[in-house]
Design a protein around this ligand. Structure first.
Ligand code: FES
Length: 258
């Protein structure tokens, strides 16, 4: 992990409120595991004070670049979205533990389930799983047609099913509806998205093997402030905990209380 001023190579809108940013710097050399994140100082001043955690969507080691996709919704991310090519951004990273891919074997099938801004980290994960020879189906959930992004990119790594909550594009409903409607079966499930979506997946597929990545408000991002603590499902007393930023953000299915 290092703190570095990275150079903006690209910053473009992808969908309603969603931006793609490519950053270049030596930090990229430390990025290996899909599902890690960077902690970005989105504003030059002290407002907002806290860095924003943003997951890594893709890594290009040849050019020392990586890609992040983010939603511009508050002051900080709106300022970040206004960055121009050649400008610099203050970044801490790579942080957290990503998706383990060692157990999944060539020939097995995997479903990647992403919701909204939880979709991006599944892209690099999908590329790594494809390299290993797995069959990939991506189920991507969005609010509506205007907020759909990266459908074509995910098609490059396997089959894609898109669901929208308002039914304006793809299957009408949530990702769980889409998995059922398509009758998907799979050996592994990897997921990232809002907590209600992750809960619904755990409830619908209680035997599934795989991992979830939690989207969480964070403070320090490096395990020092306890802002991101979560509890364990097999600890009814609630005495033990994990820090999402430094123990996660990826955990095995059914490991932590969602
Ligand atoms: Fe500070 Fe996780 S954000 S401990």
């Amino acid at each position: 992990m290092k703190k570095e001023w990275l150079t903006v190579i690209e910053c473009t809108p992808l969908a309603k409120g969603i931006y793609k940013m490519v950053l270049q710097g030596t930090m990229t050399e430390e990025m290996e595991s899909p599902g890690q994140f960077v902690h970005i100082k989105t504003s030059a001043g002290t407002d907002p004070l806290l860095r924003r955690p943003i997951s890594i969507c893709d890594i290009d080691h040849t050019n020392n670049c990586f890609t992040i996709l983010f939603r511009a919704e508050g002051k900080g991310t709106t300022e970040l979205a206004a960055k121009k090519k050649g400008e610099q951004v203050d970044v801490l990273g790579p942080l957290g533990n990503g998706f383990p891919i060692e157990e999944a074997e060539a020939g097995e099938s995997v479903v990647l389930v992403g919701g909204g801004i939880g979709v991006p980290p599944l892209y690099y994960l999908g590329k790594k799983l494809k390299e290993k020879g797995l069959h990939i189906t991506s189920v991507l959930g969005f609010q509506d047609k205007e907020t759909v992004f990266y459908e074509e990119e995910f098609k490059e790594i396997g089959d894609v099913v898109v669901a929208t909550a308002d039914g304006s594009y793809g299957i009408s409903g949530f990702v769980t509806d889409a998995i059922q409607e398509k009758g998907l079966s799979f050996d592994w499930m990897y997921s990232c998205g809002p907590t209600p979506m992750l809960k619904a997946l755990e409830a619908s597929y209680p035997e599934a093997r795989g991992y979830v990545s939690l989207e969480e408000r964070m403070g320090c991002g490096i395990g020092a402030c306890f802002a991101c603590v979560c509890h364990l499902q097999d600890d009814p007393e609630g005495t033990s905990y994990k820090k999402i930023c430094s123990d996660g953000p990826v955990f095995p299915l059914r490991k932590v209380v969602l």
